[in-house]
Ligand binder design. Structure first.
Ligand code: GLA
Length: 721
């Protein structure tokens, strides 16, 4: 990295540009750097224009505040007069409570005008003895990422860090928030509300990302939608305790940011020790959520070590057999799976010692000899002889008190040191920051993967980390546990090249950009009811691209909602994800198996389009009608799903515009429903004609959508002629 010493103002201002996003970072003050602009591309700017932008960004003095303008910095400090959420809080045994960092070094790497770049800012507070390094990067995809490393460089004495947050400024015209709540079986439920003065602070204190975590905190100009409006979003890339916040101050700043939430005494830095914050990742678009979202997708699609093979059709055994493991039944399931085109068979929970229900066995990662007298080989060999990969469920961070490992090593169970925390699903957490416990889990999983040809781990995490501490030291331990879980995933992948890992946590409870650097897909939700799944997948896919969203076809009657849906609706819903089957196929009729096999063919035909293309969702005036489209990167092909979530106020839905197409190309449109029913209530006249229409007409005028029964969907294929 070329080093530019902090000698001249123009060298201490960096202008980053990528994919219609610009960032102007200014480090000309003696202290903390500031982002002067994060938003639309500003075109070519020379140093004079950047200087003018900086000087015209200085607010006038506000009465009854400090005697200089209060500027919004990346890590705001009360020592600058900032009376709102601070960027850092900590102390040395109650002293040295307030920092005043001074800039010492400033390095930049600026790419070409459209490929982003990065800056590293080094600061010290000599009085307190702290050093801070902040990285700011505009990625090629146009994501603004920042993180901080804090070092205790005092000669003696510990520094207790209580909080560290990085905050990005957003213009005051952003006045509406979209964030997410959720629960088991209903992850990522959107909530929209005005952005008023004060803090909208979303905290995750579950030691996992959380079923109710906000995933993204979006703020925009009121009314922004999928395809229109100016909108900014941040994501805190961390699977432990974390926060995301928006703050509008009484002086008009709007700050958007996040960081890790630290428990009391969790991070105490001895001299020379350092703390690295999670990345806080921002995305901006001047034309709506789809574009904002595609930046995250492209970022994840470029991650190191990602699988590059087509995403195999999965069969998961959970809703088919639950804990009732029996070789004959599972073999039959594997046969039926192979006959409909399954490519990866995943044996879910229930294979290890004492695991006849969810009350025992976690931690005893030995195959249960009472159920599997000959080990897993008969099933694994059978699955592989059918040409399928083999995957298996594990929950490495957890332990049942009713397990051999807990009986032998009670000191490995996380807690306060005085008592055990309340159980969740009858389980506790194994202290992976304890080297012996970590080594035990690593060696057991390594042995499992060495003894059996296993391609895939479904890695679960079902209990909140409440009162999670290291019992031997009586210190809080969520930070260490989170880091150790990532380390364990990496170690297993390093020992077993090609191993893929699914991030599951009671369904979609661990979905964040950091865990996705260590895993390959998520289990989106334990709810496989396609109606609920339409919503869960629509919103989860704001962050996660379709190929990483586990989406299964379940039994006709949903196990979690009791609703019944046609196979077509179940399959169309799973098609827009990483397709799988989680259904006791021994109970399916011959006709159902035939239809399922047809849908598997549809998935295989379109998976490269679905998993490499750009996702668009449509803003239809009637909330009952949803549409999503994936357009290939070269614009020559698209797949469009029309979905009736309920009865609409109008039926048929009228013309629907298809976003994302190339205006100059002409597309032939054909239904892809394998049984060619097209729609349930009535197909528009063009349905049977395979018409050819330009992208311009499809984007601006649209086509008549099919009249669907509620809770039904239809798919059409567009190909440029
Ligand atoms: C969690 C997962 C499910 C299943 C069960 C097994 O709830 O989300 O998909 O694997 O555990 O116990």
């Amino acid at each position: 990295m070329p080093r530019l010493h902090a000698d001249r103002d123009e060298r201490r201002r960096v202008y980053l540009r990528a994919r219609e996003t610009s960032v102007v970072l200014d480090a000309t003050s003696a202290g903390m750097p500031m982002i002067l602009h994060w938003g639309s591309d500003l075109g070519d700017l020379d140093v004079e224009e950047l200087a003018a932008l900086a000087s015209t960004s200085v607010p006038i003095l506000a009465p009854s505040t400090v005697d200089h303008p209060v500027m919004a910095t990346l890590l705001p400090e009360p020592s600058t007069g900032w009376p709102w959420t601070p960027g850092i809080e900590g102390h040395r045994s109650g002293t040295d409570f307030s920092t005043a960092f001074r800039l010492t070094e400033w390095d930049t790497v600026v790419g070409t005008a459209v490929a982003g770049g990065s800056a590293r800012v080094c600061l010290v507070d000599d009085s307190i003895g702290l050093e801070l390094v902040i990285d700011v990067e505009l990625t090629e995809e146009g994501l603004l990422r920042t993180r901080a490393v804090l070092t205790n460089c005092g000669a003696s004495g510990d520094y207790t860090l209580d909080a560290l947050a990085l905050l990005l400024p957003v213009p005051g015209r952003a006045d509406e928030i979209l964030d997410f709540s959720g629960r088991h079986l209903r992850e990522r439920a959107p909530q929209r509300h005005p952005l008023a003065v004060g803090v909208h602070r979303r905290e995750g204190r579950r030691g996992r990302t959380g079923l109710d975590s906000t995933m993204l905190m979006c703020v925009g100009v009121t009314g922004f939608g999928f395809g229109h409006g100016e909108v900014w979003a941040v994501h805190t890339a961390w699977s432990g305790n974390h926060l995301s916040l928006t703050e509008r101050t009484s002086l008009g700043h709007v700050m958007l940011g996040g960081g890790e939430l630290l428990m009391p005494g969790e991070v105490v830095l001895a001299p020379g020790e350092r703390y690295t914050s999670p990345w806080v990742v921002g995305s901006y678009s001047s034309h709506g959520l789809d574009d904002l979202s595609s930046r995250f997708h492209d970022f994840l699609r470029s991650r190191v070590g990602r699988p590059t093979t087509p995403r195999p059709v999965v069969m998961n055994t959970w809703e088919a057999v639950y804990f009732d493991h029996d070789l004959a039944t599972l073999t039959r399931l594997a046969d039926l799976g192979a006959s409909v085109g399954v490519e990866r068979f995943v044996l879910d929970d229930g294979w290890f010692r004492q695991r006849r229900s969810d009350s025992a066995g976690l931690g005893d990662w030995f195959v249960d000899e009472t159920v599997w007298p000959d080990g897993l080989s008969p099933l694994v060999d059978h699955v592989r002889s059918l040409g399928m990969q083999f995957g298996i469920w594990v929950e490495p961070e957890m332990i049942n008190m009713d397990s051999d490992v807990a009986r032998e090593h009670p000191q490995w169970v996380m807690g306060t040191g005085y008592r055990l925390p309340p159980e969740g699903r009858h389980q506790q957490v194994i202290d992976l920051a304890n080297p012996e416990a970590y080594q035990f889990v690593l060696e057991r999983l390594d042995a499992l993967l060495t003894e059996n040809p296993i391609d895939y781990l479904k890695w679960d995490h079902n209990r909140d980390l409440v009162e999670a501490g290291h019992p031997l030291t009586r210190r809080a331990g969520v930070h260490d546990q989170t880091a150790a879980a990532y380390r364990l995933m990496d170690a297993l992948k390093a020992r077993h090249p090609g191993l893929e890992i699914e991030s599951c946590s009671s369904g979609g409870g661990r979905v964040d950009l950091e865990v996705l650097m260590h895993t390959d897909r998520i289990w989106t939700s334990d709810c496989i009811d396609p109606l609920e799944r339409q919503s869960i997948q629509r919103w989860t896919s704001l962050l996660v691209p379709l190929e990483m969203l586990g989406a299964h076809v379940a039994a006709p009657r949903s196990h979690t909602t009791g609703r019944r849906h046609d196979l077509d609706f179940r399959a169309v819903t799973a098609l827009f994800g990483h397709f799988g089957i989680e259904w006791d196929l021994t109970s399916a009729t011959a006709d159902e198996l035939k239809q399922l096999a047809e849908w598997v063919c549809v998935y295989k035909r379109f998976r490269s389009l679905l998993h490499q293309g750009t996702l668009h969702r449509a803003d239809h005036p009637d909330p009952a009608y949803w549409m999503h489209t994936v357009v290939s990167k070269d614009g020559t092909e698209a797949l469009v799903a029309f979905v009736a979530m309920a009865t609409g106020f109008a039926s048929p839905p009228g013309r629907v515009c298809v976003p994302g197409l190339r205006p100059n190309l002409r597309y032939r449109i054909t239904p892809v429903d394998p049984r060619d029913q097209g729609s349930a209530l009535g197909a528009p006249s063009w349905w049977a004609q395979a018409p050819v229409i330009s992208g311009a007409v499809l984007g601006a005028v649209g086509i008549q959508g099919p009249a669907l029964f509620p809770e039904h969907a239809s798919v059409v294929h567009l190909v440029a002629v």
